[in-house]
Design a protein around this ligand. Structure first.
Ligand code: BGC
Length: 802
């Protein structure tokens, strides 16, 4: 393992689902799981290719209810590639002796390599070396090459390469009872020289076009290809006959193109795919362009912890998968950030609030990509408005899970695998999703200073979301406070009070604080807008003076529940819940992260206890600095002292089961300033989420993109105290002891290529691009100015924990 190479030794079919996800290849337009190319779905293998935004909606019947699900569609498998010696069996690593096996993902170059040796029943030894990529330069292209070496035999070998349209959505066991046949009109072309395959999604009618061509080489010379088309339904395949000689390697190159009718800049997808492979050049040409594109991305996006190869590797793996899910190639696709990447079928490719953990990284690296993710939301404002209206409210109410149209995609039922029961799913009550969108919009604006975006799109998002919350809040004249009722916070283990029949909680502190903050930012945004645009928006959105007065009022009067000792409570009534027997349950079950399933299977409910799936109140200390949070409390008229935050953190620390991978990121963050050792431990645990598949199998169904991006953000903003408010780039470093020195490069407003290096003694900032003006910096309480192309070394005094 180096800081760039993820390596697996040995062929281990049981580990394949995890490796397929962690070694998946993509470019922000489509991602292909790293299934062994010779295997079809089954026996632990799951080839999957998903194009951003290609969804399809199908209906099923569960327990007499019609249930609709919109899913990211598994597209035909372009990788399919196998061989056999003479007329022996096709390659099956489980049926031959595998003498050695190495799989390596080179993160720097974006190339996946597999090298292995096999010996068949007749003693023939063959060596195989395969490389694969999904091009970061040519967004429709993927490529595979395979070098075969007959070690001790001479004779014929047949390679069978295909575009396999016989795929379904079958990657997640708990969805298997549901219809997963999303492709129709699968039409393999008849050619042998060039393979073609077209298909269409059943309901959304997205047309898919694929094409592939091959070259055979030996000793650097291209050999004439003896190719025969294979006729099988749903499969465009070719057999290439090779005459192998002992000791003489032969390479087969496969270039494949994938186009869909959602792609900008193309005509008919089938023809476009043919065009693409026609002009792609050779495998070497494709690799060269691809490596260059990755090189450029890494220049902007690399992070390094000096002295820690493993942590650096894992962080780079996280950046790698983030950039494979969304990249400059996503810009015109009208797509959001799927919580599980485009790496598997968990959560059906839906977009949740997880972008809250992803956008900070993009804001400071690839702001144009962040902007395009916000535009995905902006385009869905009409749906969000309709959803608000349907519940009797003004403004815009965004869905907890979003897909193609922006309608609510959250399931109404979910299956508890432990009890086997289908249960009502109330998680759509996580209305805080809209607040996350407002938060992201404002933070994007702060980090980039992109007033054009704010004026044209961002303000409309912010105002529409603010209008919803001001309308939802109800006034309680007795307490002279506003309440927000019937919602859920981020903690999905609480969807109702134990003694109440209807779902939803009142005055979730996370929601109320964010709502107050959003209303204040919406009012501030009006000040920033040019007067003409301000009037235009207020007119169009029908926001009157009286409404703005109400916004002021609500933003100062939302209720927050507290204990008598000044701990911020998760929601009203939380104090009446029972303490949970953590030790007893740990002893009984070992892993208790999914307490919802455990307790339901016992006939009990998480709603009864003081426990949470993930950070809820603590999210506030992740999203806001202490100063910002105290400013909100001041605005709301709640007294606080220096200990309010540490007291509240301490209260929830041991009441969380970390049933979501997001939870440890947040816990590390909130402890960064008070308990560096524990913060570092949580950071290391968060790093393991996917690479070690800590949830015992969920990574095989897709990465956890929020946690991946969150760990990088933790390093870059959490431990450095990096802030982008008030036109100044601020730092307030607080490095854990184990973190000796780290380096990264970022972009702040017009200042591109800012190099940052931090250790316990010094913060070095420098290298901004030439034409930018002076960059104002704040380090702790001191102001500095960084000249263009200058560099500053700022000594840091060690600080005591807050
Ligand atoms: C978490 C949510 C998250 C979702 C998608 C759930 O398990 O509780 O907070 O948005 O996964 O990642």
């Amino acid at each position: 393992m180096t800081g760039w190479l993820l390596r697996y030794d040995g062929w281990d079919p049981a580990a394949e689902p995890l490796r397929e996800t962690l070694c998946a290849l993509g470019n922000g337009r489509f991602v292909t799981r790293a299934a062994a190319p010779e295997r079809r779905a089954g026996h632990g293998s799951y080839p999957g290719t998903y194009a951003a935004g290609v969804f399809d909606r199908l209906a099923d019947e569960i327990d007499g209810h019609r249930v609709e699900n919109e899913s990211i569609v598994n597209l035909p498998d372009w990788q399919s590639f196998t061989f056999r010696v003479a007329d022996g069996p096709w390659l099956d690593l489980s049926a031959v002796a595998v003498t050695d096996y190495v799989q390596e993902l080179d993160l720097r170059r974006g190339v996946l390599t597999r090298r292995f040796g096999i010996q068949d029943g007749e003693g023939r030894r063959t060596r195989v070396a395969q490389r694969r990529l999904v091009s970061m330069a040519d967004p429709h292209m993927a490529a595979l090459d395979c070098t075969l070496l007959a070690e001790n035999w001479t004779g014929p070998l047949t390679v069978r390469s295909a575009l396999d349209g016989r795929v379904t959505n079958d990657g997640v066991a708990r969805y298997r009872g549901l219809d997963g046949r999303h492709l129709t009109a699968v039409d393999p072309g008849a050619g042998a020289e060039v393979l073609t395959l077209t298909a269409e999604t059943r309901q959304s009618k997205v047309r898919i076009g694929m094409a592939a061509r091959h070259r055979v080489l030996s000793g650097g010379t291209e050999l004439p290809v003896v190719a025969a088309a294979v006729a099988e339904p749903g499969l465009a395949a070719v057999d290439l006959e090779l005459a192998m000689e002992a000791g003489r390697p032969v390479t087969v190159e496969k270039l494949a193109a994938l186009c869909t009718s959602r792609d900008p800049g193309i005509g008919e997808p089938g023809e476009a795919a043919l065009d693409e492979i026609g002009r792609a050049g050779t495998f070497a040409d494709v690799v060269a362009r691809h490596e260059l594109a990755w090189d450029h991305l890494w220049f902007r996006c690399d992070v390094e912890i000096e002295g820690s190869v493993r942590a650096t590797l894992v962080l780079r793996l996280h950046v790698f998968h983030l950039l494979q899910t969304v990249s400059p190639h996503s810009l015109d696709l009208d797509v959001g950030i799927p919580a599980r990447g485009l790496h598997g079928e968990a959560y059906r490719g839906h977009v949740f609030w997880d972008e809250l953990f992803v956008l900070p990284f993009l804001n400071l690296r690839l702001p144009e990509v962040a902007r395009s993710m916000l535009l995905y939301r902006w385009r869905r404002l009409p749906q969000a408005r309709a959803a608000a209206r349907a519940t009797g409210h003004r403004g815009a109410m965004f869905p907890w899970q979003s897909g193609s149209t922006g309608r609510e995609e959250t399931q109404v039922l979910h299956l508890n695998l432990r009890s086997g029961r289908w249960l009502p799913d109330n998680s759509h009550l996580q209305r805080h999703i809209g607040l996350a969108i407002a938060y992201n919009t404002w933070r994007y604006y702060e980090a980039t200073g992109d007033t054009d975006f704010l004026t044209e799109h961002g303000a409309e998002l912010l105002l529409s979301i603010a209008a919803f919350w001001a309308d939802v809040a109800t006034y309680d004249a007795v307490g002279d406070r506003f309440d927000i009722c019937g919602v859920m916070g981020p903690d999905e283990y609480h969807d109702a009070l134990p003694d109440r029949d209807e779902p939803g909680l009142d005055d979730n502190a996370y929601t109320n604080v964010l709502a107050a903050w959003t209303l204040a930012r919406a009012l501030e945004c009006l000040e920033v807008l040019p007067p003409g645009r301000r009037h235009e928006l207020l007119d169009t959105l029908d926001i009157r003076r009286a409404d703005l007065e109400r916004w002021q009022h609500v933003s100062r009067k939302l209720r927050l529940p507290w204990t008598e000792d000044g701990v911020l409570l998760q929601f009203r009534g939380y104090e009446t819940l029972e303490e949970f027997d953590w030790a007893g349950y740990r002893e009984k079950y070992g892993d208790i992260s999914r307490l919802d399933r455990i307790l339901e299977a016992e006939g009990d409910s998480t709603n009864r206890y003081k426990l949470s799936k993930q950070a809820d109140v603590l999210m506030l200390f992740h999203l806001f600095t202490a100063d910002e949070l105290y400013a909100v409390l001041d605005r709301l008229g709640y007294p606080h002292d220096r200990r309010t935050i540490p007291r509240t953190v301490a209260y929830y620390l041991d009441r969380t089961s970390h049933g979501s991978t997001l939870s440890k990121v947040v816990h590390s963050w909130v402890l960064a300033r008070s308990d560096r050792r524990r913060a570092w431990e949580y950071f290391l645990e968060a790093l393991e989420s996917d690479i070690a598949d800590v949830q015992g199998g969920t990574t095989g169904e897709g990465i956890h993109l929020g946690a991946m991006a969150g760990t990088v953000d933790l390093l870059e903003r959490g431990f450095t105290g990096l802030e982008t408010r008030e036109d100044v780039l601020g730092f307030d470093p607080y490095l854990p002891d184990a973190l000796r020195r780290m380096r990264f490069r970022l972009r702040y407003r017009r200042h591109t290529e800012i190099e940052v290096a931090i250790d316990h003694q010094t913060l070095t900032v420098g290298g901004t691009a030439s034409r930018a003006t002076v960059l104002p910096l704040r380090v702790r309480d001191k102001a500095f100015r960084l000249d263009p192309r200058g560099s500053l070394e700022i000594p840091l005094r060690r600080r005591r924990p807050d």
